[in-house]
Design a protein around this ligand. Structure first.
Ligand code: 5AD
Ligand code: SF4
Length: 446
């Protein structure tokens, strides 16, 4: 049997796409392998969001070239596919830079992967033009699904933040219809999913066609999904503050299946920098938004993205970010040094912050965010949390799952618990995971 190795970089949407490509390859007779050496097809599903992410692709392709030559000497054919956002952004330049690549395919075109692989037998192929058809209509549906699975409901972005490549690599905002999403969700649940994370670059701008083709917003989609039997939990990511509508905030207080966790990137605590980033909200507007969310759901765990060293960011402006973080308190966060991306407006600016200053600011911010994360994790110790069990744990007899706040938990239980929610008393917080003991009925009240 032929084998396919698929590796994904970057965001959850890329992880979802990689899964769909694996399914497509499986339908073409390729078994999935974790070992690149034995793969007949290697797919790198790339990320273009920051320079470092994009650079990784070329170093990986260098290693693959050696592997491909070695396999060819042994009489084995290897097709190398570059998919994802670097493929979209760089297109045929990749063929010039990386002689081992056979196929370059964009994030909207990967439903054609089987055909592209066939064509690549005689010539190297590039497919990155945004297609007229919807790829989702041409992809096989998975038979088995992870307990916690992603489901793409929206793609692309119309916001044009000054630093971001997404509007160029993923195109304009498009939402899938409620019916298409419900259909996929039911299949995922039938395949074993008990939690779905609805994903989109700008998921809270969701406006897919509902009954009669009338567009509906994210809360209506969540309510429709909530009614699927056996679907226990729902999440969504990533959101933009300006699309955090009142009814979506209210949904956090009303829909039991909607988990108390919100990833809401703010990027900076300085209104001047936010303006330069074209974020179209102030730092006080973000604070007020968080207040409203917390009023509805006081226990919500908050998460965010931050960029330090955006061109022109002063020490005082960076301190405003530190102040915002200190005031709000985040359960988790991602923070990055600004990295200029070709084609974006910010890349044209000539007031770059020196690398050393960026590094210093990132270290300060990350140490504050780490302290907040540790404090949040530690606050679970002694409490009983509902854990959705996802898989076997690191050690025999252990299982691993997540709390409603998305904290990983390990505890002793039979693997039969996978796919169920188990109350667990947290006894210890490690640096990446909580450890606990399953609570039997009698002990739960204690
Ligand atoms: N430089 C650094 N970080 C970036 N991000 C997006 N573009 C850039 C860039 N050019 C970060 C933002 C975004 C996250 C996915 O990646 O914080 O929310
Ligand atoms: Fe990276 Fe953005 Fe593409 Fe996701 S959509 S892979 S974050 S560039």
């Amino acid at each position: 049997m032929k084998k396919a190795f698929v590796k994904s970089y970057g965001c959850q949407m890329n992880a979802y796409d990689a899964g769909r490509m694996s399914d497509l390859l499986a339908s073409q007779g390729y078994a999935a392998t974790e070992s690149v050496e034995e793969a007949d097809v290697v797919v790198l599903n790339t990320c273009h969001i920051r320079e470092k992410a994009a650079d990784k692709v070329y170093s990986e392709l260098g290693r693959l070239r050696v592997l491909k030559t070695a396999r060819a000497e042994a009489g084995l054919d290897t097709r190398i596919v570059v998919a994802g956002c670097v493929a979209q952004a760089e297109g045929k330049e990749i063929l010039a830079r990386a002689p081992s690549v056979d196929v370059v395919v964009g994030p909207q075109n990967y439903h054609r992967l089987a055909d592209l692989l066939t064509r690549s037998a005689s010539m190297r192929v590039v497919d990155t033009e945004f297609p007229v058809e919807d790829k989702f209509d041409h992809l096989p549906i998975r038979r088995t699904a992870a307990v916690s699975s992603f489901l793409t409901v929206q793609e692309g972005c119309d916001k044009f933040c000054a630093f971001c490549v997404v509007p160029y690599t993923r195109g304009a905002e498009v939402s899938r219809s409620v019916d298409a999403i419900l259909d996929e969700a039911r299949k995922l649940v039938r395949g074993g999913a008990r939690e779905l994370t609805l994903i989109g670059q700008n998921v809270n701008a969701y406006h897919g066609a509902g009954a009669g083709g009338v567009p509906v917003a994210l809360p209506a989609l969540i309510r429709a999904l909530e009614s699927i039997p056996e679907l226990l939990r729902l999440r969504y990511t990533t959101s933009h503050p300006n699309d955090m509508a009142e009814d979506l905030i209210r949904a956090h207080g009303e829909i039991a299946a909607l988990m108390p966790y919100l990833h809401l990137p703010v990027q900076s605590g300085s209104t001047r920098v936010l303006q330069a980033m074209n974020r179209k909200h102030t730092s006080d507007e973000y604070r007020r938004l968080i207040e409203r969310v917390r009023r509805v759901r006081p226990d919500i765990a908050l998460s965010s993205d931050f960029i330090v060293g955006f061109p022109g960011e002063t020490d005082v402006e960076f301190e405003e970010t530190m102040r915002l973080v200190a005031e709000i308190g985040f359960a988790s966060a991602y923070s990055f040094k600004y990295s200029p991306r070709p084609g974006t407006p910010a890349a044209e600016r000539d007031d770059a912050v020196p690398e050393a200053v960026k590094s210093e600011r990132l270290a300060a911010l990350q140490s504050l965010l780490d302290a907040q994360r540790h404090a949040f994790n530690a606050s679970a110790v002694g409490h009983v949390v509902e854990v959705l069990v996802e898989k076997a744990g690191r050690h025999p007899g252990q299982v691993a799952g997540k709390t409603p706040h998305l904290l990983p938990v390990q505890f002793d239980a039979p693997t039969a618990a996978i796919g169920t929610v188990v109350p667990v008393r947290v006894v210890r917080a490690g640096s990446n995971s909580l450890f606990g003991e399953a609570v039997t009925d009698g002990a739960a009240a204690a």
